[in-house]
Design a protein around this ligand. Structure first.
Ligand SMILES: Nc1ncnc2c1ncn2[C@@H]1O[C@H](COP(=O)(O)OP(=O)(O)O)[C@@H](O)[C@H]1O
Ligand SMILES: [Mg+2]
Length: 239
C-alpha cells in the first residue's frame, strides 16, 4: 500500500524556488532513504510533507488523503512524526518530561515505554536526567523516541547521524531496522553507511528535483551513480 506520495511538488522559501518537481512514493513499512548533496532540497522536502512549508504546486497525500497546505499540527495528527535536524530536545526538561510532552493522548508514553527502553536502553538510565546532560547520540535517541510516543504511521527523520560517533551511528541503524515492524520511515541521510544499512528504497534529489529512485541494493552496487549525485566513495564503513 502506498502510504505517502509526493507528485510534482514545488516549494518556495521566500522568493527562492527551492523544490522544482519532487516526486516520491513511499510504500508502507520499511525505510525509504532520501539522498542528495548538501542543498539538494532534502530538508525542504520533509518540511513540505509535515506542513512547515506549504508547497506552491503539486500534491502530497498520506494514505490517499491530500495533506499539502495543511498546517503542521494537523498533519502531525494524521500520524506523521518529524525528527528535525537540530533534534529539538528540551535541555532543561528530563528525558521523561521530553517524552511526556510528545503525547497526543494521555497514557501513550506508558504504553510505549517498554518498547522505547528496549530500543534505546540509555534512555532508561537517564530517565530523570535533564536533556542537556545527554550526549549528542542520546539526544538523537530521545528525539526519535519522542516521535514514537504517539502511534505514528510515518516518521520523517532528518540526518540523525550528523556529528555522531560511528558506534552511535551503528546503534541508530540497529534501532531503525527494529522499527520497521512498527512504522514506516523516511530517512534523510548523508552518511551512506547508515543509508545502506537501513534503507530498502532510495530517492535521490538534486537541485530540488527527484533524479533517481530504486531499491537500495541496486544503489549500493552503482558506484557511478553514487559518485555523480552523492559524492561518496561508499567503501567499507565510511561513517
Ligand atoms: N531559509 C532559507 N532561505 C533561503 N534559501 C534557503 C533557506 N533554507 C534553505 N534554503 C536553500 O534551499 C536549498 C535546499 O535546502 P535544504 O532543503 O536545506 O537542502 P538539504 O537538506 O538537501 O541540504 C539550498 O540551496 C538552501 O540554500
Ligand atoms: Mg538538510
Amino acid at each position: 500500500m502506498t502510504l505517502l506520495q509526493l507528485a510534482g511538488v514545488h516549494t518556495y522559501i521566500g522568493q527562492f524556488h527551492i523544490l522544482q518537481g519532487v516526486d516520491m512514493q513511499v510504500e508502507q513499512g520499511g525505510v525509504t532513504v532520501l539522498l542528495g548533496r548538501n542543498g539538494a532540497g532534502k530538508t525542504t522536502t520533509l518540511k513540505s510533507i509535515i506542513g512547515l512549508l506549504a508547497p506552491a504546486r503539486g500534491r502530497v497525500t498520506l494514505a490517499g488523503q491530500a495533506i499539502n497546505g495543511r498546517p503542521a499540527y494537523e498533519v502531525a495528527q494524521q500520524g506523521i512524526g518529524y525528527v528535525p535536524e537540530d533534534r529539538g530536545v528540551f535541555v532543561d526538561l528530563t528525558v521523561a518530561e521530553n517524552l511526556l510532552l510528545a503525547e497526543r493522548r494521555k497514557g501513550q508514553l506508558a504504553a510505549r515505554k517498554a518498547m522505547l527502553l528496549e530500543l534505546f536502553p540509555d534512555l532508561g538510565r537517564f530517565w530523570h536526567q535533564k536533556g542537556g546532560r545527554l550526549s549528542g547520540g542520546q539526544q538523537q535517541m530521545l528525539a526519535v523516541s519522542r516521535a514514537l510516543v504517539p502511534e505514528n504511521k510515518l516518521l520523517l527523520i532528518d540526518e540523525p547521524s550528523k556529528g555522531l560517533a560511528p558506534i552511535v551511528v551503528e546503534q541508530l541503524a540497529h534501532a531503525f531496522n527494529q522499527l520497521k515492524s512498527y512504522t514506516t520511515i523516511v530517512l534523510v541521510e548523508q552518511n551512506f553507511w547508515l543509508a545502506s544499512a537501513t534503507g530498502d528504497r532510495y530517492y535521490i534529489l538534486d537541485d530540488g528535483l527527484t533524479v533517481h529512485s530504486g531499491n537500495m541494493p541496486d544503489l549500493i552496487r552503482d558506484t557511478e551513480l553514487q559518485a555523480r549525485y552523492l559524492g561518496v566513495a561508499a567503501k567499507g564503513r565510511a561513517v
